[in-house]
Structures are given as structure tokens and as C-alpha cells.
Write a protein that binds this ligand. Structure first.
Ligand code: ADP
Ligand code: MG
Ligand code: MG
Length: 254
């Protein structure tokens, strides 16, 4: 049972004019099989949390701990984190010029599994996963994220999620820029991976819309760099009605 434990995490970003503290003491435990929704206003630090967990070099951890099954995640390189089973689907995925989706997936799977997947079964695995996500077969030969539409980027991330089978999946605004049909396909993908019971999911979102398709076990409100409130799915309903005003600066969170 993989468990991600975040304790009193403080993170600064290297901004112009010097470092700026963004995360101010985040506490969160995500167990395999659980889905946690992280919700909150723009600029509250949700993406910073995601990048910090994945090991993005722009973000400096100034305090606190992150462990995966007791192993110090913060001491791991980006690659080591991926091999340990931490997967990040970014809010703004980057282009990888000259690398096809097909090669990218196989290289990633090889790195994470520690050996190249057997070609025959792998080709079948990829083909089936693409069919489930309604992705055209020609997509596999395109360069990663080059000219991808918003929907294609998100489907590509869920494709990785299905094939790489991480222990902890961090999905940063996977719902943004999706029309209702794409949102349904993407959500079905996330739910398939969840139903395996093998992944702990951190679903970061600004809007409650995606929570109609993916039902979280826990909902956390992020405000000013920390978790201001935690609850069950009913908390998302409250947010849908009342918005984030109660958590605004100088409000309940300080
Ligand atoms: P969210 O994802 O909740 O919208 P972010 O984590 O993207 O919030 O941003 C939180 C705050 O940190 C914002 O004020 C943002 O401007 C700042 N920030 C995040 N990344 C950087 C960066 N690389 N350089 C400067 N400021 C940053
Ligand atoms: Mg603190
Ligand atoms: Mg963000």
C-alpha cells in the first residue's frame, strides 16, 4: 500500500527580485486507492504543490517533508521520483520536439519498469489504451504535445497514466479546456485507473465540474499556500454554491 505523506511543506519560487514563499505549511496524506480533490482559487499554490512533488527545479523546498512509503521523496531526482511511482500531469504540458508519442511512451515505460516492455504485448497495450480514450492511431506518430489541441494534451496524459500505472497520480487541472465529451472520456480514463485500486490520486482543479465525473473521497480547499479546510465530497458542493470568497486573503485561513 503506497502512501504519500506531506508534512508542513514550505516552498519558495525563484521569482524576479528574489525567492518568494508560495507554500506555507501543507499537510496531506494520500493513500493508494484514495482520490483527493485539491480545490482553490487561482494563484493559491496548487500548481506549485504539484511541481514541488514532481521535483521541478524552479521550486525550492525550504521546510517540511514528503515521503512515499517512508522514503524521502525530496531527496530523489525527478527521474527517481517517476521510478518510485510519482506521476505528474501538468497544467501546461511541454512540447518534446522530435520525439513521437509512441517512442515517448515506450521510453517512459522502460525507465519506470526498469526494463523495456515486450514489444508484442506493449503494442497491444498501447493500441487498446488509445482505443479506450478515443485517440486516433495516427496520434502515436506525432511529436509529443507539438500542435496538440487542449483535448489531445489531456488525452495524452491520461494515456500515460493508463500505461505507466503510477502509485501516486497528480493531475493538475486535467479538466481545463475540455469540452463535455472530452471531459467524459478523460474522466472515464481516470476512473479506470482508480478502479484498479492501485493508484492514489491528487486531482487538482479550480472548478467543481470534473467532480461530477470523478468522485473524490476527500476534498481540500487550498488558500494562500496551505490547506484551509478539508472534508468529504459535500465540501465540493458547498464550494460550487459559495465559491472561494470565504477563503480570500484576510479571511478564515489566516
Ligand atoms: P494555482 O495553481 O493555484 O493557480 P500557482 O501555484 O500556479 O497557483 O501559483 C501560486 C503563486 O505563485 C502565484 O502568485 C504565482 O504567480 C506564483 N508563482 C508560481 N510559479 C512561479 C514562478 N515560476 N515564478 C514566479 N512566481 C510564481
Ligand atoms: Mg509552518
Ligand atoms: Mg495551477
Amino acid at each position: 500500500m503506497a502512501t504519500l505523506e506531506i508534512h508542513d511543506l514550505h516552498v519558495s519560487v525563484d521569482a524576479e527580485g528574489g525567492p518568494r514563499e508560495i507554500l506555507r505549511g501543507v499537510d496531506l496524506t494520500v493513500k493508494q486507492g484514495e482520490t483527493h480533490a485539491i480545490m482553490g482559487p487561482n494563484g493559491s499554490g496548487k500548481s506549485t504543490l504539484a511541481y514541488s512533488l514532481a521535483g521541478h527545479p524552479k521550486y525550492t523546498v525550504t521546510g517540511g517533508t514528503v515521503t512515499l512509503d517512508g522514503e524521502d521523496v525530496l531527496a530523489m531526482s525527478v527521474d527517481e521520483r517517476a521510478r518510485a511511482g510519482v506521476f505528474l500531469a501538468m497544467q501546461y504540458p511541454v512540447e518534446v520536439p522530435g520525439v513521437s508519442v509512441s517512442n515517448f511512451l515506450r521510453t517512459s515505460a522502460t525507465a519506470i519498469r526498469g526494463e523495456a516492455p515486450k514489444l508484442r504485448t506493449w503494442v497491444k497495450e498501447v493500441k487498446e489504451a488509445m482505443e479506450r480514450l478515443h485517440i486516433d492511431p495516427s496520434f502515436a506518430e506525432r511529436n509529443v504535445n507539438e500542435g496538440f489541441s487542449g483535448g489531445e494534451k489531456k488525452r495524452h496524459e491520461i494515456l500515460q497514466l493508463e500505461l505507466l500505472k503510477p502509485a501516486i497520480a497528480i493531475l493538475d487541472e486535467t479538466d481545463s479546456g475540455l469540452d463535455v465529451d472530452a471531459l467524459r472520456v478523460v474522466s472515464e480514463g481516470v476512473n479506470r485507473v482508480r478502479e484498479s485500486g492501485r493508484v492514489g490520486t491528487l486531482l487538482i482543479t479550480h472548478y467543481t465540474r470534473i467532480l461530477r465525473y470523478i468522485k473524490p473521497d476527500h476534498v481540500h480547499v487550498f488558500a494562500a499556500g496551505r490547506i484551509a479546510e478539508s472534508g468529504g465530497p459535500e465540501l465540493a458542493d458547498k464550494l460550487e454554491e459559495e465559491g472561494y470568497e470565504a477563503y480570500a486573503k484576510g479571511g478564515a485561513s489566516e
